[in-house]
Design a protein. Structure first.
Length: 338
């Protein structure tokens, strides 16, 4: 009988963390959720608090764990002034550093440590997608954060038993409040779902179903280590993405937004235009080479699927199987079939 080892998830009360907690709990795994506060946690497993920078009782949960996933870090959905820039950088680097320190002190270290990263690390190339082998880093604050995050992860000195994977994740799509899916869907319903800026910027994205499946597969693959791009195989342009959102909502029109309009809107909403104007054309080269098959490789069908799966409960809901044929006939007569 296979022993199901514990999964320890840092940043468990965040968007992706909630889904991972529920995903592994449904698999019968012991889930340890670690976060700065309980707000946002799915309620699956056991919750431990930490400050994201110092060792504490939470470190005991790493002993003999099968998988550690670090998603911790301050949200980038904010204005990039000095204070927020410092908090965005320090929250990722400090959390990664202290997790590495905790693992290095384990008598029985975890089998796998996955550390979240971002696909925004790559420079924009007009004529081709960037993959793990040939992709080059870009410039700017977001790239600096991504690089320091990974550098801290790979610098951690651990026993050889712990396999390390850096996950460069694209925009994750699930039907949740205050996510990309929710915000863009809301704009579309108000007739504002046209292209943003030139509309030519690429959007590397992934359906939550595929994200969960890839992480599960990488844990099981003893030969998987190093850097992986976690995106769908086809990066849509912004104009294509907004068209898919309009089709999902049945909205025939969508007013375009010029760059100056986006900058004004971003100021009012307390965010940055980079989140929608920066081009992210990323190719999941290693997953393609290894034969991974995406359930949702195209954005249009992915959005239509998520439209009816609002929130955590609906996302994981498994509809009851409907009786057909002779089972319907016998059930209606109070009979049973072998």
């Amino acid at each position: 009988m296979e022993m199901k080892t514990a999964v320890v998830i840092f940043g468990a009360n965040g968007f992706i963390g909630r889904y991972l907690c529920r995903h592994y709990a449904r698999q019968g795994r012991e889930v340890v959720a670690v976060g700065r506060r309980r707000e946002g946690w799915s309620g699956d497993g056991m919750f431990l608090e930490w400050d994201g920078k110092t060792l504490g009782p939470w470190a005991l949960a790493l002993e003999g764990a099968g998988l550690v996933i670090n998603l911790a870090g301050r949200s980038v959905n904010c204005r990039y002034h000095e204070k927020n820039r410092r908090e965005i950088m320090e929250s990722r680097v400090a959390a990664t550093r202290v997790i590495g320190e905790a693992i290095s002190k384990c008598a029985v270290p975890p089998a796998v440590w996955m550390n979240a990263g971002t696909a925004t690390l790559y420079r924009h190339a007009e004529d081709h997608a960037q993959d793990e082998w040939s992709g080059e880093p870009g410039t700017g604050f977001s790239v600096n954060v991504a690089q320091r995050w990974e550098q801290e992860f790979f610098a951690a000195k651990l026993a050889g038993r712990t396999r390390k994977l850096a996950l460069r994740i694209g925009i994750v799509l699930a039907n949740e409040a205050d996510t990309v899916f929710d915000v863009l869907g809301g704009l579309v319903k108000r007739g504002l779902g046209g292209r943003m800026g030139s509309g030519k910027q690429r959007v590397s994205w992934i359906h939550m179903d595929d994200l969960l499946e890839i992480i599960t597969r990488l844990e099981a693959d003893f030969f998987a280590d190093g850097i992986y791009n976690l995106t769908a195989p086809k990066a849509a342009t912004n104009a294509e993405m907004m068209r898919c959102f309009r089709e999902m909502k049945g909205m025939p029109i969508g007013l375009p937004a010029a760059k100056w309009m986006l900058e004004l809107g971003a100021m009012l909403m307390g965010t940055e235009t980079e989140l929608v104007l920066k081009s992210r054309w990323v190719k999941p080269g290693r997953l393609l080479d290894e034969g991974f098959r995406w359930r949702w490789p195209e954005m249009g069908p992915a959005l239509l699927n998520l439209e009816s799966r609002r929130g955590l409960e609906a996302f994981f809901h498994v509809p009851e199987k409907r009786a057909v044929g002779v089972k319907v006939w016998t059930a209606g007569r109070g009979l049973t079939t072998a």
